[in-house]
Design a protein around this ligand. Structure first.
Ligand SMILES: NC(=O)c1ccc[n+]([C@@H]2O[C@H](COP(=O)([O-])OP(=O)(O)OC[C@H]3O[C@@H](n4cnc5c(N)ncnc54)[C@H](O)[C@@H]3O)[C@@H](O)[C@H]2O)c1
Ligand SMILES: N[C@H](CO)Cc1c[nH]c[nH+]1
Ligand SMILES: [Zn+2]
Length: 846
């Protein structure tokens, strides 16, 4: 940060606007006599200095520093006493009428405020001390004076009564012009490089842009983010998008050629792609805070964080428990893991009380600024508890194993927990998936969906270029498609898989209408019709999934859908995987949308100039796809349904003593390799430590040989081994977890299937690997995840149809039923309903 060129001296009770403008660009200097009616107006984020009166005591001077002042300005004599009392030099300025300050005082201070009449002949303090001049002649200073003083490492203290934030005023010194007087730029267009950072996220950088004197002046005056676009002139951030900014602070860098705007960003984010930053998403503490704030605003039923917000006792106990575990942790990994837990619960407490990371940062700065400190002894109650725990050394937790990290040669291990005797609350935690906040994701996809729905192909092609990384001329390819080049053996494998999946889905189709005569002469029917236009999303981010094309395309074809639009992310050259193309042809797709993520979902939901609108969207995908599907399905204008919320893959394996460790490990890894957010769970029944250990070793060994070991390492580290002592507890846990896939590695597995209440698809016995269902046995692999198997079925033929009912009454039928209908219609006060029967039966109106 540059030495300030201007320090406003709050000489009168200033206008709030002017004081806020000043506080945005520089610390203000407040005489102690004016402190009480000024300090509450200065934002917490701005620093201020106190001008201590000559007759004040040393204690009073120090108390300003302990209560928030960044520095004090005191007479040479008082400054000398402050130095002796140990006030750090960077917090101390001496006030004098000459530069003739004693050598020993000069050593202990940051700089001096010299009160003189006329400042044209600036006499310097020995460098690097800062000299501030306060011109007592009461002549309004000029920008030139500020600039020339700055050149000689000096600054001007200007009474606020001589300053203005009105750009048109000529009788006073404009505060922004004075601030900018020393600023330089080496850019040919005369603009200043400007970093924009987030005040609420500890100064995290949001992006880079440019400023002009005009844009800075408007920002300082209005407190809103205003910049200078190199193409379009003055850029009032958020003017059209609503994503406005409150400017908290504007700083110059060390050599005064670059600005930092610290802002509070509103709306979707800073970036024009509606991400929080131009460098992508937030991470670490900032991301956690954002998630918690969004959970506080609205959390889905069953959210653990919501429970914490609502239950102070639970939150308090968790904070104490995690603090204790942090103290007991030994290895670096354990310490980091426990600290992360503690921070999560502590930040939950902060968010519940409306405290954000910036507030915590201020509290830290305020504490750091104090010059006298408390001894820091612990309260006796805590001291006793801690001593009792330290002798003897605490035993390591039996339930939590060291956590592998995602790098290097660390162990690839799942967390282990014993279910017997576990607290209900801990059990509930185990049932939760490591998924992201869906509310926050919906906010992120909103601008993408709205862009495509309002601007059509243009916006779609832009998002495809930015997010799918392909420059396309048109987003759509229409049938007949070109013949794909694929290996013969792959083609044959797809053909066999196609036949099996087709057979099973043809078997599900309703052949005849359901016909029931409810009373003599009254025949009711229900018959199925295909959903006319369907969109099939085939994921393609981290893996190409022709099998997903098959699992969605076959039932659509069997159901008789007329328009089948298959969407999948294109390769950088604009093509799509030949295997997906082969399946698209086989299932009779009418068009291929070369787009992925939220933009593909939006194009399918609303249609564009070239992309046909569909009636229902199917298919799994990452969090962008899932959030966009949820978003469009709740927009009445889109008139589009979705299959289900199918998110990151998961599997739960139940294994008893008959299980083969190597098979079990291979099944767990087959889903863990899908993505870092996949979760795999092993529920053991009465296995010894040694037997569990054998499975863990297998997981480790097999995982290390996988090409996707890096993904697997992370998903495995978020996964669980839950030990139970009997079959019922194992199934109870599985039913509560409601896994996407359930694999039974247990004795007489088929006899235990009736115990399954909730699961997407079940794999029975040791020769039924989950990958058979993923590819070729016949069942569908598009299944409900994240516990939705409690209420959703996987994709099937009926998902592509809707049912229509009909009825036909004979005269005799109406004779019998008519009076019943009249009675009920009268009872509801709906006379016209009753009349529709009366006119036919010749009944009198009442
Ligand atoms: N439940 C099931 O039936 C099932 C089946 C297969 C796959 N899956 C799951 O589907 C998921 C596939 O995910 P994927 O990422 O590989 O492919 P994907 O096709 O779902 O997503 C890739 C697309 O996401 C978009 N995207 C990525 N990062 C973005 C960002 N920062 N901003 C905006 N958009 C962004 C891009 O458009 C990209 O092309 C995995 O989680 C896998 O486990 C589930
Ligand atoms: N297991 C995934 C569904 O969770 C589907 C899939 C596709 N390819 C391989 N697996
Ligand atoms: Zn799979």
């Amino acid at each position: 940060m540059a030495t300030p060129s201007l320090i406003p001296l709050v000489d009168t009770t200033p206008s709030k606007d002017l004081l806020l403008s000043a506080a945005r660009i520089t610390p203000v200097l407040v005489p102690s006599s004016n402190l009480s009616n000024t300090v509450s107006t200065i934002p917490k984020s701005s620093s201020y200095y106190v001008l201590v009166a000559d007759d004040e005591s040393l204690d009073s001077a120090i108390s300003y520093l302990n209560n928030g002042a960044s520095a004090i300005f005191a007479s040479v004599e008082l400054a000398d006493r402050c130095i002796s009392a140990g006030v750090p030099s960077e917090k101390l300025y001496a006030v004098s009428s000459s530069t003739d300050i004693p050598e020993d005082v000069l050593k202990g201070i940051k700089g001096a405020l010299i009160k003189i009449s006329g400042v044209n002949s600036a006499t310097q303090l020995p460098k690097p001390k800062v000299t501030l001049y306060l011109d007592e002649s009461k002549i309004i200073p000029t920008e030139k004076t500020v600039a020339s003083l700055h050149k000689s490492n000096a600054a001007l203290a200007v009474p606020l009564s001589q300053l203005t934030n009105d750009a048109t005023s000529s009788s006073k010194l404009n505060i922004t012009n004075a601030f900018l007087a020393p600023i330089t730029t080496d850019r040919p267009d005369g603009l200043f490089s400007t970093i924009v950072s987030s005040y609420l996220h500890g100064g995290k950088s949001l992006g880079l842009c440019y400023s002009s004197k005009e844009s800075i002046e408007e920002s300082v005056r209005t407190g809103r983010g205003v910049y200078q676009s190199r193409k379009h002139g003055l850029w009032r951030k958020g003017e059209t998008s609503g994503a406005i900014q409150d400017v908290v602070k504007i700083d110059l860098d060390c050599d005064s050629d670059c600005l930092n705007f610290e802002v509070i960003q509103h709306g979707a984010g800073f970036c024009h792609l509606d991400t929080p930053t131009c460098f992508g998403q937030l991470s670490g503490l900032a991301a956690l805070e954002e998630t918690l704030v969004s959970r506080h605003r609205s959390a889905p039923e069953g959210s653990y964080t919501k429970r914490l917000f609502n239950d102070e006792t639970l939150l308090r106990s968790k904070i104490m428990e995690e603090a204790d575990e942090l103290c007991a942790a030994k290895s670096q990994e354990d310490v980091a893991f426990e600290a992360a837990d503690l921070i999560y619960f502590a930040l939950t407490r902060c968010v519940s009380k409306g405290v954000n990371l910036a507030d915590i940062g201020h509290a830290l700065d305020k504490k750091a600024a104090k010059v006298s400190r408390r001894p820091g002894n612990a309260k006796p109650k805590y001291l006793e508890q801690a001593q009792a725990k330290i002798t003897p050394a605490p035993a390591p937790s039996t339930t939590q194993q060291p956590q592998p990290t995602s790098f290097g040669n660390d162990l690839i291990r799942m967390r282990k927990t014993k279910l017997d005797g576990i607290a209900e609350e801990e059990r509930l935690q185990l049932l939760r998936r490591p998924v992201l906040n869906s509310g926050a994701m919906i906010d992120r996809v909103r601008p993408i969906v709205e862009g495509v729905s309002t601007k059509g192909d243009k916006s779609l092609l832009d998002f495809i270029a930015k997010l799918d990384k392909a420059d396309l001329k048109s987003p759509i390819a229409r049938a007949p498609f070109e013949e794909p080049t694929i290996q013969q053996d792959v083609k044959e494998a797809i053909d066999i898989a196609y036949e099996n999946v087709r057979k099973f889905h043809v078997g599900q189709a309703e052949k005849e209408p359901l016909v029931v005569e409810t009373m003599p002469g009254i025949v009711c029917q229900r018959f199925a019709r295909p959903i006319s236009r369907v969109g099939l999303y085939v994921p393609g981010g981290t893996a190409i999934l022709p099998s997903s094309a098959l699992m969605l395309g076959v039932p659509a074809q069997v159901a008789g859908c007329k328009e089948i639009v298959l969407a999948t992310p294109p390769k950088p050259d604009g093509s799509i995987a030949p295997e997906v193309l082969y399946v698209a042809k086989k299932v009779g797709a009418s068009a291929i949308l070369k787009a992925g993520g939220a933009q593909a979902v939006a194009a399918l939901a609303y249609g564009t100039e070239t992309v046909p609108k569909v009636d229902k969207i199917f298919g799994p995908g990452n969090q962008w796809v899932t959030a966009a599907k949820m978003f469009v399905s709740t927009d009445a204008d889109a008139q589009v349904a979705i299959d289900m919320p199918a998110g990151p893959s998961e599997v739960l394996v139940i294994a008893d003593k008959t299980a083969n460790a190597s098979y079990v490990a291979s099944d767990l890894l087959s889903q863990a390799e899908h993505g870092v957010d996949s979760q795999v769970v092993l529920v053991t029944i009465d296995l010894s430590e040694k037997e569990i250990d054998d499975i863990e070793k297998e997981v480790e060994q097999q995982a290390r040989k996988l090409p996707r070991v890096d993904i697997t390492r992370i998903s495995v580290s978020k996964s669980l081994i839950v030990s139970t002592s009997d079959v019922k507890s194992a199934f109870d846990f599985s039913n509560d977890y409601a896994p996407e896939h359930l694999i039974l590695h247990i004795d007489s597995a088929s006899e235990k299937v009736p115990m399954v209440e909730n699961a997407g698809s079940v794999f029975v016995g040791q020769y039924s690997p989950e990958s058979c269902g993923d590819y070729a046995s016949g069942t569908n692999h598009t299944l409900p995840t994240n516990g939705f198997a409690r209420q959703y079925s996987g994709v099937n033929t009926l998902s592509f149809q809707k049912h229509i009912t009909s009825q036909e009454l004979t005269k005799e039928g109406l004779d019998k039923l008519g009076p019943v209908v009249v009675k009920l219609a009268e009872c509801e006060g709906l006379r016209a309903h009753a009349n529709a029967v009366r006119v036919r039966l010749g009944m009198q109106s009442p």
